[in-house]
Design a protein around this ligand. Structure first.
Ligand code: F6P
Length: 320
């Protein structure tokens, strides 16, 4: 019987468990033996035991955030020595194919194993939504909704005290979370790494709002775009407003996955198994419109995912 191994790697994301459940159950349905290794590539390299799955092994996880297989970041996978070691481990466990659920770094790790002769399929799981080639990644929708909940709460208190709130959200290199939550939450300014920002413009938007009797302003800052504490000081130097800072941190990475993320995880997990069964390898499952399609892994590293500047401009028009 052919054997599929599955791992989760990199930052966890709500909906990863739905994807794991789908890989296990669709794999068994298709006649595979399915197993998992805890702690991603790190577990693979450290000799963590292979866990054989049955249908019941993934019961009661679809509603849980995080990943029940545990995860880790494995920078050593950038070194050939460790890539060979990981591939040898999989071969010694008679693994026919590897499914990796994670972000871009995890995809790179998977691609190196593909080059070492391991058949691989990847599933995009990251709250950052920064993987080029897929409209959406698993975990993004839940994280956006968590940020929206925070914005709603901040608005209540910001309005009551007539304050300006600076809210830092995740995204070291990318502003998808900031933009999407900012547009959906009506933030007055959105600061993202992909676009230059102008502090005077941020200040004048706050002042324009005050002029037309707005009782609060929300400025969303992606963590990689600016230092929120310095920005706060700079704003207070330019205009006379009372400000507060909220750093949302890892709260936005946890929580029960939304329906969107559970569906995406379930569909992508099942599709990965189907395409492995058809003989495909070296691909990731991508959402394009309403369809899940296979996309060559090496294609996604060539360019950065294009940033939707038209949505940014729309957010700026609508929150004046
Ligand atoms: O998973 C991606 C991400 O959430 C980024 O947005 C964030 O910068 C980073 O992970 C934080 O990683 P860690 O949990 O390792 O501090």
């Amino acid at each position: 019987m052919k054997k599929i191994a599955v791992i989760t790697s990199g930052g966890d994301a709500p909906g990863m468990n739905a994807a794991l459940r789908a890989v296990v159950r669709k794999g068994i349905y298709c006649g595979y033996q399915v197993c998992g290794i805890q702690r991603g590539f790190t577990g693979l390299l450290n000799g963590n035991p292979v866990i054989d799955f049955e249908l019941g092994s993934v019961a009661d996880i679809i509603q849980r955030g995080g990943t029940f297989l545990l995860t880790a970041r494995a920078p050593e996978m950038f070194q050939t020595e460790f890539q060979i070691k990981a591939a040898e481990r999989l071969k010694s466990e008679s693994v026919d194919s590897l499914v990796v659920i994670g972000g871009e770094g995890s995809f790179m790790g998977a691609m190196t194993l593909e080059k070492q002769g391991i058949r691989t399929a990847c599933i995009p799981g990251t709250i950052d939504n920064d993987i080029n080639g897929t409209d959406q990644t698993i975990g993004f929708d839940t994280a956006v909704n968590t940020i929206l909940d925070a914005i709603n709460r901040l608005r209540d208190t910001a309005t009551s005290h007539e304050r300006v709130f600076l809210l830092e959200v995740m995204g070291r290199q990318t502003g998808y979370l900031a933009l999407t939550a900012g547009l959906a939450g009506g933030a007055e300014s959105i600061v993202v790494p992909e676009m230059d920002y102008d502090l005077s413009q941020i200040c004048s938007r706050i002042m324009q709002g005050i002029k037309r009797q707005k009782t609060h302003s929300i400025i969303i800052v992606a963590e990689g775009a600016a230092n929120i504490y310095e920005m706060n000081e700079a704003i207070k130097k330019q205009i006379e407003v009372e400000t507060r800072i909220t750093v949302l941190g890892h709260i936005q990475r946890g929580g029960s996955p939304s329906a969107v993320d559970r569906l995406l995880g379930s569909r992508m997990g099942a599709a990965a198994v189907d395409w492995l069964a058809e003989g495909k390898s070296g691909f990731f499952t991508a959402l394009r419109g309403q369809e899940i399609v296979p996309v060559a892994l090496d294609g996604c590293f060539a360019d950065r995912k294009p940033f939707p500047e038209e949505l940014y401009r729309l957010a700026m028009i609508l929150s004046r």
